[in-house]
Write a protein that binds this ligand. Structure first.
Ligand SMILES: [Zn+2]
Length: 190
């Protein structure tokens, strides 16, 4: 065992409790990560390329659907550089790349598609929590979904949407995944 601090991986100072005090407190499980986490890590060019390779675009003014990882019904991306990693919601990543994810900003879906990453006033904009809640109320959404069933429904819907467009844009499969299972070629019932 070396006596040199420099050659002992920085661990030489551990486990030396002071009288009446505990030794180093154990980190909580949530704080244990395989790699250091940096919530300020900028998007790398590789991450941006990987991100857009997983986006399927509906034609015209349609949504741009994230088809990568999904967490709690929303897209999620993790990237790494220099030994640190960062994870963001996919729609927040799109705002981050555009330089619109300033302090306190949140992503607001004007199209009500949780997987949409299209920066557009009709789809995804940078907003504030209070403005987002007002818009959600106006749309009949609750904004913050506290109900476990609703959250599960959103997650299941997002998984279905991702599956529907995984091979490229498919309007019929997308509509079905969204819950619009009425045949498109039949008139609506009154
Ligand atoms: Zn959209």
């Amino acid at each position: 065992m070396s006596s040199s601090p420099e050659s002992s991986s920085g661990r030489w100072f551990e486990d030396i409790p002071l009288p009446g005090m505990d030794a180093c407190p154990q980190p909580r499980p949530a704080a244990r990560r395989s790699r250091p986490y940096d919530s300020t890590l900028p998007p790398t060019s590789a991450a941006i390329a990987a991100f857009y390779s997983r986006v399927v675009r509906a034609p015209g003014n349609g949504c741009h659907i994230w088809t990568g990882a999904i967490s709690d019904g929303y897209g999620r991306i993790t990237w790494r550089q220099g030994g640190v990693s960062r994870t963001e919601y996919a729609h927040r990543f799109a705002l981050l790349v555009a330089g619109e994810l300033t302090d306190g900003a949140i992503g607001e879906h004007r199209c009500n598609e949780p997987l949409c990453v299209r920066l557009d006033p009709d789809h995804l904009i940078a907003s504030t929590q209070s403005a987002n809640l007002l818009y959600a109320v106006a749309c009949g959404r609750t904004g913050i979904i506290r109900n476990t069933t609703e959250r599960h429904d959103r997650h299941a819907r997002s998984l279905a949407v991702r599956e529907a467009v995984s091979g490229g844009w498919n309007a019929k499969a997308y509509a079905q995944a969204c819950g619009n299972t009425a045949p498109l070629d039949e008139p609506p019932l009154f």
